[in-house]
Design a protein around this ligand. Sequence first.
Ligand code: HEC
Length: 208
Amino acid sequence: MMRLLHKFVYPLYTVAMLVLLSACSAEQDSPAPAGNSIATEQTPLITTEVTDNPFEQFDTGYSVRTLMNAIVQPNALEIWRAVRYVSTIDGVIEDVTPQTDEDWERLRTSAITLIEAGNALMIPGRVAEPADPDVEYPAYMYTSEEIQARLEANPEIWSSYIQAMQLFTQATLEAIERRDVLGLIETGGTINNACEGCHAKFWYRRDI
Ligand code: HEC
């Protein structure tokens, strides 16, 4: 959203300001008609400060946990559930594989979203949510403060797990684009190694 605003709204605003400024200087000799000053007094839609930090323009307000629940988990599940079967003692009763163009397109969207979620998770400043999660076994999880501290102390390890997730998902995306069901199962399964590797390092408590 911010990027869109920067791309489109800010240039438009700049153009609008230039037009207003030239209009103002043209009118300097004659007094401005009453009521005409409203446009020049408007507060800008966006104010951008030029800083040395290129990451300052990104919105990192959503926590790691929120991104996990809102983007990472649902899209990974979409991929993992694309091929499945239900079997009973009488044999396989339901055999699910992607069939239609829409099925494959949905998977493609999920893979791309998961890769991009990785980029969002790598933006410096992303935080662990302040409140402790309402987890089933809190003793086995680091607290949010501990997660935050681990995150800040190990940015390279954090990024390496994300890049692994992106790499495995990229291979999955290629299988999806080939419409290769077997490849989808094989590569899709590898994504979980990146999820669990990172959880084991940053989320699951190991000192108990
Ligand atoms: C780079 C590290 C990293 C990767 C990769 C990662 N996670 Fe996470 N995940 C975390 C951390 C850290 C937490 C704990 C966040 C918290 O509780 O503040 C978490 C929490 C979660 C949660 C729990 C949210 C909750 O409400 O308690 C889910 C679900 C989850 N991750 C799913 C996934 C899946 C699925 C993948 C892979 C497709 C994945 N994660 C990849 C770091 C990662």
